[in-house]
Design a protein around this ligand. Structure first.
Ligand SMILES: [Mn+2]
Length: 164
């Protein structure tokens, strides 16, 4: 089974659509690891693409900020699709799913508290990856493409770009 993994589109509709079209062609399952849009700038287009694709999706810190009290007014905008907002509201921050026989854990930031931490391949936390009860851990947030194998547990971060 081929998994297509992306994260941190941060509202870049053209890049996200392009990536999703490519992945739909090549992957059996697509995983979107959060920060699909940035903070108060909700993207109807990106959320609709995720919803219609049936991709696995978790919230990032930007979606959670958008759903939080600071953005109560932004959520009232008439430009917002109620349907897409509702979809985001029902999206989890942590997903555990079995894909191709692999127990997959997907979160946007760190799977260990503090969850907003930026991990890098040298982070000592990864030594504890086998405590997570997963064969594959998918992360976003760092904007660092990385892949790491820890005693049989593989981590991937496919985020792109600079702003985080
Ligand atoms: Mn993030």
């Amino acid at each position: 089974m081929r998994l297509g993994i992306l994260a941190d589109a941060h509202g870049n509709v053209a890049a996200f659509d392009h990536a999703m079209i490519e992945l739909a062609r090549e992957a059996d399952e697509v995983l979107v690891a959060g920060d699909a849009f940035s903070d108060h700038r909700f993207s109807n287009e990106i959320v609709r693409t995720i919803r219609r694709s049936g991709a696995q999706y978790v919230l990032g810190n930007h979606e959670m900020s958008f759903l939080g009290p600071a953005n109560a007014r932004a959520r009232q905008s008439p430009r917002l699709s109620r349907r897409e907002l509702d979809f985001v509201r029902h999206t989890p921050a942590e997903l555990r799913v079995t894909l191709g026989g692999l127990r997959v854990l997907m979160v946007h930031g760190s799977p260990w508290p503090p969850y907003g931490r930026y991990l890098d391949p040298a982070s000592p936390e990864f030594d504890r990856a086998d405590e997570l009860g997963a064969d594959l851990v998918v992360l976003g947030h760092t904007h660092l493409p990385m892949q790491k194998r820890v005693r049989g547990v593989r981590h991937r971060d496919r985020s792109r770009g600079r702003k985080r």
